[in-house]
Design a protein around this ligand. Structure first.
Ligand SMILES: Cc1cc2nc3c(=O)[nH]c(=O)nc-3n(C[C@H](O)[C@H](O)[C@H](O)COP(=O)(O)OP(=O)(O)OC[C@H]3O[C@@H](n4cnc5c(N)ncnc54)[C@H](O)[C@@H]3O)c2cc1C
Length: 417
């Protein structure tokens, strides 16, 4: 039996602690916050999209970075194993559109309570208000961690050395730092000889150069397609729903596009929106002609009413360089062609993303080249493990990121000797 120290009481840490305790080890779970799962609590808009019910191959196809690394962890502890564990702990689950799995109660707190019950059943010792400062090693031998317990009045106590036979680092990334994920694990990894892939925000809204987005704030476009283009390269091409905000664009389609956006590489990135993806240029042109024929004496702006939402009318008129007041019967063939182009290619210049404060996940992190994919153990220091978002792994929305945390956390806890 080993003494195991798990750092971080998020999904990866709770799962790692449970899996290690299942193997008969004595486990301490250290969490700096006043409660477990502070980020888990806000997931899925407070409903927690705890995983995705699709088959493992589909789960893997939604992983954006280092999917091969996840094969073993996903197959060893898959979404079904997770769902069984949660339901057995008294939290029934349901599956919604896109195979997204939620608690029946729609309360993320019920998922956290289920995990608290399992941790308690398995005799995991949970220490809250406890921040790990350092991983202690002698050469390449792991000794334990240095941690500090905060007093209830907020003052810090003494730094203590906690000796451990194995340490599992599950400190998350750096997005939504108020939840406790402040990148400490990167420091621990770097300090013990591991390499880091530069962290950057992902699943995050975009800021745009065009200021008109502010006039369309709150407008949501359903069933549009969007390409993210940089130079001649299409970095992302998707279909779905997007939203205009006071700073730029957001919504599911934009968050997915951001998973492929690298601000250093894609300095000239543009979002090209097709407002009518179901209609070919030919069919759309016929539709415009028909609309125009029926409204020859109306203004251009009025005639656009059947084609685009009202707040987009001035934007489209500007894009095709036609006065809103111009009568439809005066519109030239050339101007109609420009309208067609604007409807199929509404273009926004991306000036950046909203950053870590608003990013659902962190891309980058500890290089998986330094980690054994079936055990999550460091290739440099024996008995030191890493799991969850702290690793250079990320996926699209739909429950896939949490499944990464559950599966890698389980792999690490289960592998402790
Ligand atoms: C708004 C929002 C909504 C989301 N919704 C979903 C969703 O519905 N479905 C989905 O799949 N994913 C979702 N995600 C992503 C998902 O929450 C993360 O991928 C997941 O929480 C990562 O788990 P983790 O255990 O690796 O890290 P975290 O959840 O970040 O947990 C890390 C823990 O470690 C603790 N910690 C850090 N440093 C120390 C230290 N030095 N000492 C002690 N403790 C420490 C932190 O306090 C924290 O509790 C969402 C994220 C956000 C921000």
């Amino acid at each position: 039996m080993s003494n195991v120290c798990v750092i971080g009481g998020g999904p990866a840490g709770m799962m790692a602690a449970i899996a290690a305790a299942d193997k008969g080890h004595s486990v301490v779970l250290l969490e700096k916050n006043e409660k477990l799962g502070k980020k888990l609590f806000i997931t899925g808009k407070g409903r927690c999209n705890v995983t995705n019910g699709a088959d493992v191959e589909t789960l893997l196809s939604n992983v954006v970075t280092n999917k091969k690394f996840l094969y073993s962890a996903f197959y060893s502890f898959d979404n079904q194993a997770l769902m069984d564990m949660i339901e057995k702990a008294g939290c029934p689950l349901k599956t919604e559109r896109g195979e997204r799995v939620f608690p029946v109660s729609d309360h993320s707190s019920d998922i956290i309570k289920a995990f608290e019950r399992i941790l308690s059943e398995k005799n995991v010792e949970v220490r809250l208000h406890t921040t790990v400062r350092e991983i202690v090693t002698e050469g390449d031998k792991l000794i334990g961690v240095k941690a500090i317990k905060h007093n209830p009045n907020g003052t810090a106590g003494k730094i203590q050395l906690l000796r451990a036979d194995a340490v599992i680092v599950c400190t998350g990334g750096v997005s939504y730092p108020l939840t406790g994920s402040t990148g400490d694990g990167y420091r621990f990894a770097y300090g013990t000889g591991h390499s880091l892939i530069k962290p950057r925000p992902s699943l995050v809204p975009f800021e745009t150069r065009q200021k008109w987005v502010k006039d369309c704030m709150g407008l949501s476009l359903k069933n549009v397609s969007m390409k993210l283009v940089s130079g001649k390269k299409t970095v992302y091409d998707g279909f779905g729903e997007m939203l205009f905000t006071h700073f730029g664009i957001s919504g599911p389609l934009v968050l997915s596009a951001s998973a492929y956006y690298d601000p250093e590489k894609h300095k000239d990135a543009k979002a090209v929106i097709d407002l009518k993806p179901a209609l070919s240029e030919e069919v759309l042109d016929k539709r415009i002609l028909r609309d125009f024929d029926e409204q020859l004496n109306k203004s251009f702006a009025n005639a656009l009413g059947g084609l685009v939402p009202s707040s987009l009318i001035p934007v489209i008129a500007d894009e095709c360089g036609v006065s809103k007041e111009k009568k439809v019967h005066d519109i030239t063939k050339e101007e109609r062609k420009r309208l067609l182009y604007a409807l199929k290619n509404l273009t926004l210049d991306i000036t950046g993303s909203r950053g870590f404060e608003e990013a659902i996940i962190t891309k980058g992190g500890i290089s998986v080249k330094d980690i054994d994919p079936s055990t999550m153990e460091s290739k440099h220091i024996k008995n030191l493990y890493f799991a969850g978002e702290v690793l250079d792994l990320d996926a699209l929305t739909g429950g896939f990121n949490l499944q990464i945390a559950w599966s890698t956390g389980h792999a690490a806890g289960d592998a402790v000797r």
